[in-house]
Design a protein around this ligand. Structure first.
Ligand SMILES: N[C@@H](CCC(=O)N[C@@H](CS)C(=O)NCC(=O)O)C(=O)O
Length: 211
């Protein structure tokens, strides 16, 4: 049975899973999730109980949480999580998800808040978290090509959407190593394909709040 990927072409965490799939050239069927349709969302929640994308069905099992999706793929495609660099790979996957992707998502959510509920403290905290992570990422990426080990691995799948969207909200600024890393990620065929496929929906990206 072909692997089934449930997600949306604009969703940043779906990008992380799709990049891994395109890296492996694993055949799969893409099933679009429309969270705005209550019936469809209820059906999706039977797979991913918190309603979070992506989820995949493979080998008679369901996997959700983008890291778990990639951990599953890595059993057939170990280059995504090479055993000799496993701890470093998992560490940087967590770093990009928790300290870059997560504040970026919060900033996008603030942007979508109703007028009159600006939550300036939350905005400032999320922006400060991003800036702190950028400094850590800049030091880590200096002299490196990819985030862990020598090749393109799981944290690079995590970094691509996180940095791409975060940079649109809080620019990377004078951080040459991180800026060059983002350019390498955007030029990588797997991520370039994801970005191309997202283009029809790209205008829905709301950006982030002003200071
Ligand atoms: N920790 C989850 C986060 C997934 C996530 O936040 N997905 C977003 C789209 S990028 C989503 O499904 N949002 C819809 C919702 O929260 O109802 C993962 O790594 O897969």
């Amino acid at each position: 049975m072909t692997l089934v990927f449930h997600g949306h072409p604009l969703s940043s965490y779906c990008w992380k899973g799709l990049i891994a799939l395109y890296e492996t050239a694993e055949p799969f069927e893409f099933r679009m999730v429309n969270p705005g349709d209550p019936a469809e969302h209820a059906r999706f929640k039977a797979l991913s109980p918190l309603g979070k994308m992506p989820a995949i069905e493979d080998d008679g099992h369901v996997y959700f949480e983008s890291t778990s999706v990639i951990e599953h793929l890595a059993r057939r495609h170990p280059s995504l999580l090479p055993a000799e660099h496993a701890a470093e790979v998992r560490h940087w996957d967590r770093m990009f998800d928790l300290y870059c992707h997560s504040p970026m998502q919060r900033l996008v959510a603030y942007k979508l808040r109703p007028e009159g509920n600006p939550d300036r403290l939350g905005v400032a905290q999320a922006k400060a978290e991003l800036a702190a992570f950028y400094d850590v990422g800049e030091r880590h990426m200096a002299g490196r090509t990819w985030a862990a080990g020598e090749g393109f691995t799981m944290p690079d799948c995590a970094a691509a959407p996180a940095l791409h969207y975060a940079h649109k909200i809080v620019p990377l600024g004078d951080r040459p190593a991180l800026t060059a890393y983002l350019a390498r990620l955007e030029a990588r065929p797997s991520f370039a394909r994801v970005l191309e496929e997202a283009k029809p929906w790209a205008h829905f990206f709301p950006g982030g709040p002003e200071d």
